[in-house]
Design a protein around this ligand. Sequence first.
Ligand SMILES: NC(=O)c1ccc[n+]([C@@H]2O[C@H](COP(=O)([O-])OP(=O)(O)OC[C@H]3O[C@@H](n4cnc5c(N)ncnc54)[C@H](OP(=O)(O)O)[C@@H]3O)[C@@H](O)[C@H]2O)c1
Length: 232
Amino acid sequence: MSGGHDDRTVGSDAAAAPTDLPATKRVGIIGAGKLGMTLARTALAAGYEVAVASSRPAERIALSVDVLAPGAVASTVEDVADSADVIVLAVPVHRFRELRSDLFDGKILVDAMNYWPDTDGEDPELTAADGGSSVVVQAHFPGARVVKSLNQLGYHELDDYTRAPDAPDRIAVAAVGDDRLAVRAVMRLIDRLGFDPVDGGPLAKGKLLEPDGSPYAETLSADRLARRLSAR
Ligand SMILES: NC(=O)c1ccc[n+]([C@@H]2O[C@H](COP(=O)([O-])OP(=O)(O)OC[C@H]3O[C@@H](n4cnc5c(N)ncnc54)[C@H](OP(=O)(O)O)[C@@H]3O)[C@@H](O)[C@H]2O)c1
């Protein structure tokens, strides 16, 4: 993994910057709930292949996938991990430790989870993590290329605010991570999903994107989001 640095590149031009990674074709989503299904729909609309899994057998979620994200493939966690280029983790944060630590080795893993003790229950390790929950997620999946992103907006906003790249009211979504190429790849994904990507710096900055962080659930332009993140 490459070391983190703190540049704050913003917007579609940044997402188009060269990278040695092939373009993402298949997005995998672990978690077939409110966020997972919304992201599945958004990714399908953006032209990606999408596979969705929960902890249950694929056939147990097939109907809801057909209804809520028609075109996505109901899958198992293992198949998603094997077949997707980028995997979004959208399970309740108190449950990510149920997943095998080597499951996402070598894969870009977008941690879209938020730690909210009121709903998740008190988790001493997450509470003590100065750098936020994604640092703990990275420690649990040491071989994964963890990027925190897609966690800032509620699922309604993700549904309602997708825009073409040149739309004047396009809002921003930040990505943070220590693996800079993985952050670039996720920024491209964000751009294609319909949001302006903002590079928020290293993974430990992810704390600013969680419920106590100021940008949470606000719909901000890329410049305003980047300024907010720089100021803290
Ligand atoms: N809802 C939002 O607007 C929103 C926005 C930003 C971020 N987030 C974050 O996204 C995460 C998911 O939120 P949500 O609202 O989508 O929750 P949700 O509606 O309760 O859905 C959670 C999904 O995760 C699955 N799941 C749980 N444990 C699993 C495991 N070990 N392996 C595979 N799948 C598992 C659940 O299915 P089974 O229990 O059947 O496996 C369910 O499909 C949370 O961390 C939340 O903080 C949510």
